[in-house]
Design a binder for this molecule. Structure first.
Ligand code: ADP
Length: 371
């Protein structure tokens, strides 16, 4: 038995999945931790509950999803006190995300002291992006002092779906170039060259890049100065607006793309504009990453929207036939693995992501355990 427990700890939730090899033998979600009406009082009680309900015999590792690995964590890392201290030191870079992961790690280490624990970072896959792809043209001394650069996120998903894409196409991942489009509540694009990330759309935080459910994606930073100086909004309020009231929600009043699609079908103008802005941004990144990669062997859609919204896949890539990119309407509607016409030079794929499975695999790798 080679069981791995994967934990994804959020500020008020813990998602867990127990793997035996690559099969899932238990999974669940504890929500509203510490909230009135919630099931449990704190993360310790949540994890204790998960452990009481789940047969953890034969457990060889606990894999923790950690959002921000900063500049130093470039792969899955076996957790010890030093690693915990280094993840703590990164909290200023990810104040909304890393504290929850740290709580999960602390509790799991206490409750399972004999099981090795591994941190798998959303940023790590992007450590291979060359300096010119992670450096912004700002004062270098400021950037160095405050660790300001692109880090990128959704790394486990981009790694997993780019590798799966190569397998689906019968190719070697090490010689396959893929543009991956992770379109969930959060959304990001990635250019993957031979299994290594060389460009991605999120930045120091998960705010920039594509349009998301509630996050703005790319904007001119002057918008922030303007809202502060001219509109008189405090910084916290601006941050809240761009992260929680932007994106599809800001444009249309709905953050769920399903609702946006329904309203668009009924002729709603705001929903139509939201959809158009969303797809246009994807197209812009596809164009940019075609240029970054030079040769592209596949374009892959994944996550909630990418896997389930044929309209987004069709609209984002419409009119790109001169670049050998085409979506076959029927294959797209049927959500086949390959949705481009037969024999297309650049296949377009739909590959379900599985971040937890990737975290389990990377946890075993970090511990030199067999799959
Ligand atoms: P997360 O980023 O939280 O993991 P998901 O990858 O599950 O999120 O994506 C969630 C989003 O996927 C939802 O906001 C919803 O808009 C979208 N989605 C899910 N199913 C569909 C569907 N059938 N059609 C269009 N969009 C969908």
């Amino acid at each position: 038995m080679s069981r791995v427990l994967v934990l994804n700890s959020g500020s008020s939730s813990v998602k867990y999945r127990l793997f035996d090899g690559s099969s899932t033998i238990a999974k669940g979600l504890v929500e509203r931790i510490g909230e009135s009406g919630g099931e449990v009082a704190d993360h310790r009680a949540a994890l204790q509950g998960i452990m009481d309900e789940t047969d953890l015999s034969g457990l060889v590792a606990v894999g923790h999803r950690v959002v921000h690995g900063g500049p130093d964590f470039t792969g899955p890392t076996v957790i010890d006190d030093d690693v915990v201290a280094r993840v703590e030191a990164l909290v200023p870079l990810a104040p909304l995300h890393n504290p929850a992961a740290l709580t999960g790690i602390e509790v799991a280490r206490k409750l399972l002291p004999d099981v090795p624990q591994v941190a798998v970072f959303d940023t790590a896959f992007h450590a291979t992006i060359p300096p010119e792809g992670v450096t912004w043209a700002i004062d270098r001394s400021l950037a160095e002092r405050w660790q300001i650069r692109r880090y990128g996120f959704h790394g486990t998903s981009h790694a997993y779906v780019s590798r799966r894409t190569a397998h689906v196409l019968g190719r070697d991942p090490a010689s396959t170039n893929v543009i991956t489009l992770h379109l969930g509540n959060g959304a990001s694009a990635c250019a993957v060259e031979g299994g290594r990330s060389v460009a991605t759309s999120m930045g120091m935080s998960p705010l920039p890049g594509l349009v998301m459910g509630t996050r703005s994606g790319d904007i001119d930073p002057t918008v922030i100065f303007h809202l502060h100086r001219v509109a008189g909004l405090p910084l916290d309020e601006i941050e809240n607006s761009l992260t929680r009231h932007g994106g599809l929600l800001g444009l249309s009043g709905d953050n769920d793309l399903r609702t946006v699609l329904e309203r668009r079908a009924a002729g709603d103008a705001d929903a139509t504009l939201a959809f158009d802005v969303y797809c246009r941004r994807i197209r812009e990144y596809v164009g940019a990453y075609l240029a970054v990669l030079g040769r592209v062997d596949a374009i892959t859609f994944t996550a909630g929207v990418g896997e389930n919204a044929p309209a987004v896949r069709a609209a984002s890539l419409a009119g790109l036939e001169p670049l050998d990119i085409e979506v076959d309407p029927e294959r797209n509607e049927r959500r086949e693995e390959i949705i481009s016409p037969p024999g297309a030079r650049i296949p377009v794929c739909v590959i379900p992501t599985d971040e937890e499975l990737e975290i389990a695999g990377q946890s075993r790798t970090a511990l030199s355990l067999p799959d």
